[in-house]
Design a protein around this ligand. Structure first.
Ligand code: CP
Length: 307
């Protein structure tokens, strides 16, 4: 297979790569579950996480994944770095590359920044979320989790609910699932699920129609309070219109559907407390599979520093 330096989005990956990464994640999981086992795949390599936006899951799971593959890991903390003195992204990368990083994992509020960095340096660059553009490692862990839970992806029906328009998760995960043969639909407020977004997918604005579509997975997007300009967001109204209420949870359980969410969850907004304890709530499985999928992604890439 042609070596790949960077992971910037799902669209630029070949089908064979999607499948190869997912398949190698199965082996990574077996190794991960053998307590403390460290694989030699990235031994002697340097991995740096560079997050200009907050993260719990993505950053810590990339760091753990790199550690389990034998790499040296550096956490670059933007808030206590020279970025606050005005150092540009360009100069920050030059500085870090002088320290011979092999892999740089970047999250930034602006779409396209990881691609700019990737063009500029020899390290393998992984997009850990850029604006509303892409979050490819989330797509891998989501696909892996669905395949693991159901045994296959082809023909599975996944409805993604929330602010589709501004969601990098919706963009990456829906593309990934469609390319692997799953069916995807959207639901949310009409203004946030525009007909122009990801054309050709079923779009719903009410739960009745969504249930009639008979999804296997209810995938909730986080309400991104930090990106909402209005001072007051009607959380209770959103919960009643688009959330998993206790009443809806009963139907979801009766039909054995799975619930997924990229996290962090807003309890009482996207879902009720009981939904987190539901037997087919896969949120914790997604988090664990985040480490596995990221081990497989790191293993798949070849920095130019190694060529
Ligand atoms: N799903 C996700 O990206 O979570 P974090 O923001 O905690 O990394």
């Amino acid at each position: 297979m042609q070596p790949r330096k960077d992971l910037l989005d799902i669209a630029s990956l070949r089908d064979e790569e999607l499948r190869a990464i997912l398949d190698s994640a199965v082996e990574m999981k077996a190794a991960f579950l053998r307590d403390g086992e460290q694989l030699p795949n990235l031994r002697g390599r340097s991995v740096l996480t560079l997050f200009y936006e907050p993260s719990t899951r993505t950053r810590s799971s990339f760091e753990l994944a790199a550690h389990r593959l034998g790499a040296h890991v550096t956490t670059f903390t933007v808030g206590t770095s020279s970025v606050v003195k005005g150092e540009s992204v360009h100069d920050t990368i030059d500085t870090l590359m002088s320290m011979k990083q092999d892999y740089i994992i970047v999250r930034h509020k602006n779409s396209g920044i990881p691609a700019v960095i990737a063009r500029h340096c020899k390290a393998a660059v992984i997009n850990a979320g850029d604006g509303a553009h892409a979050h490819p490692s989330q797509a891998f862990l989501d696909a892996f989790t669905i395949r693991e839970h159901f045994g296959s992806l082809a023909g599975r029906r996944v409805i993604i609910i929330g602010d589709i328009l501004h969601s990098r998760v919706a963009r990456s995960t829906s593309l990934m699932l469609k390319r692997l043969g799953a069916e995807v639909a959207y639901m949310g407020p009409g203004s946030l699920v525009p007909p122009t977004a990801h054309t050709g997918l079923p779009r719903f604005t009410h739960w009745d129609a969504a249930f009639d579509w008979q999804p296997d997975v209810i995938y909730l997007l986080r309400v991104q309070n930090e990106r909402i300009d209005t001072p007051f967001f009607p959380a209770a109204d959103y919960h009643q219109a688009f959330g998993i209420t206790e009443e809806r949870l009963q139907r979801i359980a009766a039909e054995n559907m799975a619930i997924m969410h990229p996290g962090p969850v807003n309890r009482g907004v996207e879902l009720c407390d009981a939904a987190m304890d539901y037997r087919n709530c896969l949120v914790c499985q997604q988090v664990q599979n985040g480490v596995i999928a990221r081990m497989a992604i790191l293993n798949h890439l070849t920095p130019q520093t190694l060529r």
